[in-house]
Design a protein around this ligand. Structure first.
Ligand code: PEP
Length: 257
């Protein structure tokens, strides 16, 4: 019997300035009043410049909302103009950080080496990396979705000890389903999430496979979340567009139970 707590994460991407972030997290906090984080964990990933605002609102209201960043520098500190370190995120009370989101891979040239370094930087700072993996449309059409995604998974987790791997969250996000409205079927999600868990078992240990939360991401909405969450190897969702509306995201959280 697994003890994995479902995790629902909102990735705000490059949306909302700090005043809008404040309004959204306050509204979400109201909607989640009394929410029990031990039954379903809720987190948001605002832009860097909104993190301090989110921290203040969450702390003041003791809201059941964790938060984190959408990216992290692979470096610890120093002359890396424009970069944000893991220690800076930890100092802001962040719990999570997305690593290797397909938009970072596609628009910022982040390959397996960089993604792996960022996973390690996150762990070194005491953050939980959410390692994003998933195939583009042409790989899906060729039937290579499992092979392609597992190669990204192994690359991202290269060199980790089982203890470190156990701390990672993996998000399976087929690129063709991100922001397109085209959600994977529950069976599609289960096929790859199940293969991810099996690989965690063979690369690390049965304990790691059993403890790591594997999320699905790609056009998740309140109307489709329950059927995806019903699959045995799906432990939560990484939600983009639909996390920008408090009432819709709260309904998605509700659908995770
Ligand atoms: C994402 O950005 O990780 C994502 C899944 O986006 P959307 O829910 O909008 O498809």
């Amino acid at each position: 019997m697994t003890t994995r707590t479902p995790l629902m994460v909102g990735n705000w991407k490059m949306n909302l300035d700090w005043t809008q972030a404040q309004a959204l997290v306050e509204e979400l906090g109201d909607l989640l009043k009394g929410h029990d984080s031990s039954s379903v964990e809720v987190a948001v990933l605002p832009p860097f410049v909104d993190l301090r605002t989110v921290q203040v609102v969450v702390d003041a209201g003791k809201l059941p909302i964790a938060y984190g960043a959408q990216d992290i520098s692979q470096h610890e500190s120093g002359a890396y103009t424009g970069e944000i370190s893991g220690a800076m995120l930890t100092a802001l009370g962040c719990t999570f950080v997305a690593v290797g989101h397909s938009e970072r891979r596609q628009y910022h040239g982040e390959d397996e080496t960089i993604t792996n370094a960022k996973v390690k930087a996150a762990l070194a700072a005491g953050l939980t990396p959410i390692l994003c993996v998933g195939e583009p449309l042409e790989e899906r059409k060729a039937g290579n979705q499992v092979e392609y995604t597992l190669a990204q998974l192994k690359g991202g987790l290269q060199g980790l000890s089982p203890e470190e791997a156990a701390k990672v969250v993996v998000a399976y996000e087929p690129v063709w389903a991100i922001g397109t409205g085209e959600v994977a079927t529950p069976e599609d999600a289960q096929e790859v999430c199940g293969a991810i868990r099996e690989t965690l078992g063979s690369e690390f240990s049965a304990e790691v496979a059993d403890s790591v939360r594997v999320l699905y991401g790609g056009s998740v909405k309140s109307s489709n979340v329950a059927e995806i969450m019903a699959k045995p190897d799906v432990d939560g969702a990484l939600v983009g567009g639909a996390s920008l509306k408090a009432d819709e995201f709260a309904k998605i959280v509700e659908g995770a139970r």
